[in-house]
Design a protein around this ligand. Structure first.
Ligand code: ATP
Ligand code: MG
Length: 344
């Protein structure tokens, strides 16, 4: 059975990178897989509260991510849309994985190093254990595929390591409980396309991020046409015209980023974008990109605003999704408890 699981954190400022790297692809996968799309609210509280903003903002952001899923065309009947905190199996399985994963594995995680910054002693234990919870999110549903942006590749590799170690450590018990040779699948990441890593509009060496203090660094899904236009016009570029071939983008991260965004929004390849705009001035290309971005993102932002104005509908979608997710999760947790030897 092929199953997709993925999630987005309700940490505010949903942006073009979240859309192109994740949410747009979630919608595309719904016809070929059995999909669960989660609002990972337990991950959202791992940074300092000054960063995630406190209870009222968290609730608002949970509804906003849900609205983005719906506005992007994810069907809540065909798929399961829910928030993580409402299915207790995530926390339960994460604890088992805390005892399977090794400190040395987590010490290699670059996201922790980036997010903890210099003041590592003051980072939360949750921020450190984040990848174990993410492995639990995925494996609770025996997901075989996880669509994510490039930045999450290392965490999916860790998920495979955890699945493998669990399968090895408990091999005898897995067999004697009737699950054969292995219990958890080795999940494949689905990373790709021209926008697997959308970069900041101000700095081509940093990924576009919700947590970047500069609003000019990202295009938010709820930005209006004027904001989108001014952010793209102000986006950092170099003085050279666009190259006509892909090779010419080497060493020009800002130019490559804008070409990648155009390609992903239009459904073309970067080569095709350069065939149309290569050799021309950046200002011409930026004008075309503004038009395309406003055309594609405008309806999504408007639909998100319409949906969050009616929290009753969003909350009902989440409640229904949680009940359906729970039905799957409870079976997994009963099996995991038998395998580990917890008496039920
Ligand atoms: P935060 O700064 O709070 O971590 P984020 O922008 O990284 O926010 P997440 O909620 O952590 O967003 O990630 C949700 C999904 O969006 C993940 O699949 C992630 O890989 C993807 N994603 C995030 N940023 C980008 C980006 N710049 N380009 C492509 N995909 C991205
Ligand atoms: Mg992130």
């Amino acid at each position: 059975q092929q199953r997709v699981f993925s999630g987005v954190q309700p940490t505010g400022n949903l942006h073009l990178g979240n859309y192109l790297g994740a949410i747009k692809r979630f919608a595309e996968l719904q016809d070929s897989f059995d999909c669960l799309y989660c609002v990972v609210d337990m991950h959202a509280i791992t940074p300092d509260m000054r960063v995630w903003g406190g209870p009222a903002e968290l609730s608002r952001n949970i509804r906003e991510v849900t609205a983005a899923y719906l506005a992007a065309g994810i069907d809540p009947q065909k798929n399961i849309i829910f928030n993580q905190s409402q299915v207790s199996g995530h926390a339960e399985l994460a604890w088992v994985f805390n005892c399977v994963a090794r400190l040395g594995w987590l010490n290699r995680m670059t996201q922790f190093k980036e997010k903890a910054g210099k003041d590592r002693e003051n980072a939360s234990v949750g921020l450190y254990a984040y990848p174990n919870l993410m492995a639990a999110d995925i494996l609770l549903y025996h997901a075989t595929h996880v669509p994510v942006g490039e930045d999450q590749k290392q965490h999916i590799e860790l998920t495979r390591d955890i699945a493998q170690k669990f399968n090895n450590d408990f091999a005898e018990s897995i067999a004697s409980n009737g699950f054969g040779e292995s219990y958890f699948p080795l999940t494949e990441p689905l990373i790709g396309g021209p926008a697997a890593r959308v970069m900041s509009l101000r700095d081509g060496s940093k990924k576009m991020s919700k947590s970047d203090p500069s609003d000019l660094s990202r295009i938010n899904l709820t930005d209006d046409a004027d904001a989108v236009a001014s952010k793209i016009r102000k986006a950092k570029t170099d003085p050279e015209p666009l190259p006509t071939e892909l090779d010419g983008l080497k060493g020009r991260p800002e130019a490559e980023n804008l070409v990648g965004i155009y390609a992903a929004l239009s459904g073309a390849s970067k080569e095709e974008v350069l065939e149309s705009y290569g050799g021309g001035q950046f200002s011409t290309f930026k004008g075309a990109l503004v038009e395309l971005a406003v055309e594609r993102l405008g309806p999504i932002g408007n639909e998100m605003k319409r949906l969050v104005a009616d929290p009753g509908h969003i909350d009902a979608v989440l409640r229904d999704g949680a009940a359906r997710a729970r039905a799957i999760a409870e079976v997994t947790m009963a099996q995991v408890k038998d395998i580990v030897g917890f008496v039920r």
